[in-house]
Ligand binder design. Structure first.
Ligand SMILES: [Zn+2]
Length: 85
């Protein structure tokens, strides 16, 4: 399985609905939110087999606006092997 960072956007008006939907889906503990500082986004890092599977963590009404980024970690050897261009 790969790790994905999910970014889910909602509007100020959708805030309550978004948080409640995440709670109802059982993912409240997994999400971090920017809402209290006016950034109406939720973030979560999850393990999944694909991008399309990863976005299933987002409530259906917000899914089309969600972004999934496959994450990698670099090892020191890989950094050292990077060529300057
Ligand atoms: Zn919000």
């Amino acid at each position: 399985m790969d790790r994905y960072l999910i970014e889910s956007l909602h509007t100020d008006k959708e805030c309550r609905q978004a948080v409640k939907a995440v709670y109802a889906m059982g993912y409240l503990n997994n999400f971090d939110w920017g809402c209290k500082v006016g950034v109406h986004k939720g973030w979560v890092i999850i393990e999944a087999d694909s991008e399309s599977e990863a976005v299933l963590v987002v409530p259906p009404f917000l899914r089309s606006r969600a972004m999934a980024v496959k994450l990698v970690k670099f090892e020191p050897e890989q950094v050292n092997a990077m060529h300057e261009t």
